[in-house]
Write a protein that binds this ligand. Sequence first.
Ligand code: UDX
Ligand code: ADP
Length: 447
Amino acid sequence: MEVVCIGAGYVGGPTMAVMAKMCPKDRFTVVDVDANRIDAWNSDRLPIYEPGLDEIVTMCRGRNLFFSADVPAAIRKADIVFVSVNTPTKLYGEGAFFASDMKYYEQTARDILAYADSDKIVVEKSTVPVRTAATMSRILCSGKQKHNFVVLSNPEFMAEGTAVQDLCAPDRVLIGGDDTPAAQSAVNRLAGLYSQWVPANRVLKASVWSSELSKLASNAMLAQRVSSVNSLAALCEASGADVTEVSKAVGMDGRIGPRFLEAGIGFGGSCFTKDILNLVYLCRHYGLENEAEYWHQVVKMNARQRERFVSRIVAAMFNTLSGKRVALFGLAFKSDTGDTRDSPAITIAEGLVREQAEVVIHDPKASSAGIPGVSFVQTPYEAAAWAHAVLLLTNWKEYVELDYARIFDSMQKPAFLFDGRNLLDHHKLHAMGFNVYPVGKPALEHF
Ligand code: UDX
Ligand code: ADP
């Protein structure tokens, strides 16, 4: 089977690479309008960092995995076309700041219509608003096309940093298709691809709309857990309880489960905020104001968590950061990725700059996010040297393993440490001399 994926980003690249590994008899071509990105996929320095991905790309590239900027040629030969182009939050016009901007998506439908010279199965991979498939179908069937197009929904549930493992052993694969014989036959062909490595009981079939909504719903419910635990963290800080103890006790209830209950500086990444705002827009579209407001609170709580973190820093450091050097450990929205899209660390850095702090950032993979007035250094030790405060903002494992006694010695005194991920041994750091401020637990101070 000839499979093409339009969009060589965080979703398209890893998804096709793992499929190429798992389906050695099929051919996978990833295309993008951005020729530089394609060049990077064809080089030794891939455009995204994802553990385990380099090995798979090296194994499959040139065998049954190809990266190309020739979109028309790839569409022409494809049996299945995955669409994984970006669907950012719309920043203008109708639905601004809530709806997804579908201009890139719509363009792919027009490209497929223009270049197809045989029947195609078109598969939505990116998170899209409910009923996008209907829009795609209307465009694809709008001309006097000679060919048949079936649009399916097959949302991607992988998380960055664990993409390879999520793709190799998915909790489920969801395929949405209409009730027509042509659509059901397409669903079975796509399921056949996955059957090469995913057990049959993990492949779910649903209507297109249910499938599209399930992706929004999964992300909304995951994000809601994070906002819920962060709201409890605020209460813990005010009342003297310890959010880690609360999360542990709550998570041991089998009905709740322990995952996604880590308090911190809130969620980031390209999906959660965007998808919830999309859900809010959708609810409003159907006149469901209370439901819209319910989900909107999840995003508002997340924004508040970032603000609260900065306010706590200002209050702890004698109400002024002006001229003080503050070292940020981490900029990426989570560990094991260089992705900084909607990273809480960016909002926090901007808040610190507004307070006139001198902000110095280290991250093992993320080097820049266009934040004015900050500088980047190569090691966390360089960042911390002569700093008044260290902020741990991304849960990189290497930050747990640092020599904090050395860091303490190099800092100005009193030395402040704000652990935005609750990763470090706070009592040990306090004993070293740091004033330690975790999230959702009492501060450990020396005055
Ligand atoms: C998410 C979904 O998990 C994935 O299924 C979907 O396909 C894409 O969106 P991703 O955004 O890559 O994946 O990462 P995820 O692991 O979900 O983390 C999202 C954010 O929540 C990160 O900023 C993370 O640090 C934060 N988080 C997560 C918490 O703050 N606390 C937690 O307990 C868990
Ligand atoms: P995601 O995280 O959803 O994968 P990215 O922004 O990382 O999003 O990747 C989306 C990719 O889609 C980008 O590299 C962009 O250049 C590409 N793209 C957008 N529109 C088109 C199009 N019409 N044809 C081909 N590629 C496109």
